[in-house]
Write a protein that binds this ligand. Structure first.
Ligand SMILES: [Mg+2]
Length: 226
């Protein structure tokens, strides 16, 4: 019987979604007027629609809006419409597919870790063609925990049959969720931020690196010795 040395784990990258892999077109405040127009409601109803939705961004919340204005649609139907709307105004940040492909070709394993509604975040990934470009997706709603809680980072790794190591990485644009979460989890981080980066509050950890965009971050990761 031979004792083979253990196979080294592939490098693991956890990566944020919004403003890191994708951006959204248009003004989010345009949703309520568009909702009113689509359902033959007067324009002045938009304020009520917006206020009710801000209080409950869910199928239940949209069901309340539907009941308030006597729309002939269930909350589930209106929510489906909303998911389609949100996915429809999502586009890839240039160079992201190529960056993810280069990382995977170099042996990296990639998991998206994102805060939000599971159906919306997954619809964005599907619309932009990113689902097959990553190995796992972990959305806070289905995880039951949000960044910066380390539990969501550990859960993302567990979905890949992995445990996090200090040599693993988190890439994201939000210091409060992505950087604080990576620091609390004990992994390294790249902060996606304009150059020069704005100063962070003293309570925030210093990222391992900064990069102006995800393709630059990927080039940096590929250049680092492991
Ligand atoms: Mg983000």
């Amino acid at each position: 019987m031979f004792n083979y040395p253990p196979t080294p784990a592939s490098p693991l990258l956890l990566i944020d979604l919004d403003h890191t892999l994708v951006e959204r077109d248009g003004d989010p405040d345009a949703w309520a007027p568009a909702f009113c127009a689509a359902h033959d409601l007067p324009p002045e109803a938009a304020l009520v629609v917006r206020t009710l939705f801000q209080a409950d961004r869910s199928p239940t919340g949209l069901g309340r809006i539907g009941a308030r204005f006597r729309l002939p649609h269930s909350g589930a139907t209106l929510w489906e419409e909303h998911v389609t709307h949100e996915a429809g105004r999502t586009h890839l940040i240039p160079g992201v597919p190529e960056a993810l492909a280069a990382l995977r070709a170099a042996g990296w394993t990639i998991a998206v870790v994102t805060n939000g509604r599971a159906d919306i975040q997954r619809a964005k990934l599907a619309r932009t063609g990113l689902l097959p470009a990553v190995d796992a997706v972990c959305v806070s709603e289905e995880a039951g925990v949000r960044k910066p809680d380390p539990a969501i980072f550990h859960l993302a790794a567990a979905r890949l049959g992995r445990t996090l190591a200090p040599t693993d990485w988190m890439v994201g644009n939000n210091p409060a969720t992505d950087l604080c979460g990576a620091h609390a989890t004990g992994i390294r981080s790249i902060w996606i931020t304009p150059t020069p980066p704005p100063s962070l509050p003293p309570s925030h950890p210093t990222p391992t690196h900064t990069a102006p965009d995800t393709p630059t971050a990927a080039t940096l990761l590929l250049s680092l010795p492991r």
